[in-house]
Design a protein around this ligand. Structure first.
Ligand code: F3S
Length: 427
């Protein structure tokens, strides 16, 4: 790999041991991928915390958060003192909501570790956004900006909707990028890898957030890690729709980028989206395909008595919280059903001020932050059957938590929370 003078100096250890280890990791990683150089980044989203059980154990045994950063972000068995980050860095979702720890069945000792971790990341200069949707709370990269982000739903969003450039980084490469401002120059950083591969012709109007989730789920299974191009929109999708579409496509497949003709920034026309190449395949999406996706997403839902409604995957925006409040205001949840809604904590502050948190709590639900049921493995005790409005969550929750999951619209989920019964159906 060719390194600049500045990179050579970091690699040689002129900026300290932690930066040297970070450069070593990036060079090994880049060479394994066939990258010929590194590229500058000033926007890293990663995770450095220790709220997962095995990381907590590691931290306790090996001397704290620097030991965790050394091993799990820098691939270094020696404990290195970690300096402040070099570039703008944000923390992704964590393993719990400290304000709802008891409700999430999280022990107070773990909350103490969480708080200590918060202080640690603050000391390093990492912004505590604590969300899988940093682009909803101020971290909004621009077209062409080279980023180093983890989290599949965020990666696909910023590549596709914003036209920023990132690969799906891991904890190690993101940690190393925070300290160096560098990331291997390969994959989606390169113009030639951003062209569409599969043409998706819409034969039906894809209207609701749930519809966009189904479309993403269907396409992801077919194209896997390639780049779908959606054509034939009948209306302009908003942010929650594109967010759910991408999250679903990244779950059923490994999609990290897509184009929507006339909508996303690198796809004003079909020729532009495909960079002048012919599609490998054309896939039609109509009523039959939508039904198939619905059936696949709903494979685990069997019992209609719903114990738990989980909303906010990816973390809900203010608009989505407002929508829930419209559906919920003045009602009470069923005595047998709990409602947890996940959102970034900055959004929760606004929801508190707007009175939305109170509407949700008056109904018997909770607005939570920092984590979600799949990542934090947090659910009400005794949950057997869940209802969700996210195809991504319907994909992961049964696998991770061993529960049944129904997928439907947000309105169907709120209906389930109020009645305790799943009555959703494909309209
Ligand atoms: Fe976010 Fe959890 Fe879904 S971290 S994307 S809410 S699985």
């Amino acid at each position: 790999m060719k390194l600049t003078d500045e990179e050579q100096a970091m690699y040689a250890g002129d900026r300290g041991v932690a930066v040297q280890r970070a450069m070593d990791l990036l060079v090994r990683y880049g060479e394994a991928l066939g990258a010929e150089s590194l590229v500058d980044t000033n926007n890293v989203c990663g995770t450095v915390g220790a709220t997962m059980p095995f990381l907590r154990d590691y931290s306790a045994k090996h001397g704290g958060f620097d030991a965790v950063f050394s091993e799990f972000n820098l691939d270094s068995a020696d404990v290195i003192e970690i300096p402040k980050v070099k570039v703008y860095s944000s923390h992704l979702q964590q393993g719990l909501d400290p304000e709802h720890a008891e409700r999430q069945n999280v022990h107070s000792d773990v909350v103490k570790i969480y708080r200590a971790g918060e202080a640690y990341t603050g000391k390093l200069g990492i912004q505590p956004l604590n969300t899988c949707a940093p682009y909803q709370v101020g971290n909004v990269p621009v077209k062409g900006e080279h980023c180093a982000w983890m989290e599949s739903s965020a990666v696909i969003y910023i590549n596709s909707v914003l036209g920023a450039r990132t690969n799906a980084e891991g904890r190690e490469s993101a940690g190393a990028a925070m300290l160096t401002g560098k990331i291997p120059y390969w994959g989606f950083h390169l113009e030639e890898n951003r062209g569409g591969t599969h043409l998706i012709e819409l034969d039906i109007d894809v209207r609701t957030v749930a519809d966009w989730g189904l479309l993403g789920y269907y396409i992801g299974e077919i194209v896997q890690d390639r780049i779908p191009v959606i054509n034939g929109l009948q209306h302009v999708p908003n942010m929650p729709k594109l967010k759910h579409f991408g999250a679903a496509a990244a779950s059923s497949g490994g999609v990290e980028m897509y184009h929507v003709i006339g909508q996303t920034p690198e796809a004003p026309t079909l020729a532009a989206a495909f960079r002048g190449q012919r599609p490998l395949e054309t896939i039609r999406y109509g009523a039959a395909e939508r039904r198939l996706a619905y059936e696949r997403v709903n494979t685990t839902g069997k019992d209609t008595q719903v114990d738990f409604v989980m909303l906010g995957c990816p973390h809900y925006s203010m608009e989505q919280i407002w929508e829930v409040c419209q559906l919920l205001e003045g009602q009470r949840l069923s005595g047998n059903t709990q409602l947890w809604i996940f959102t970034p904590k900055a959004t929760k502050q606004m929801a508190d001020q707007a009175g939305y948190t109170k509407i949700i709590e008056d109904a018997g639900g909770f607005l939570m932050t920092d984590t979600c049921s799949s990542v934090g493995r947090v659910m009400p005790k005794g949950t057997r059957v869940a209802a969700v409005d996210s195809a991504k969550q319907a994909h992961y929750l049964p696998a991770i938590m061993g529960v049944q999951a129904w997928f439907g619209t947000t309105a169907e989920c709120i209906q389930a929370a109020v009645t305790g019964r799943w009555t959703g159906a494909l309209a």
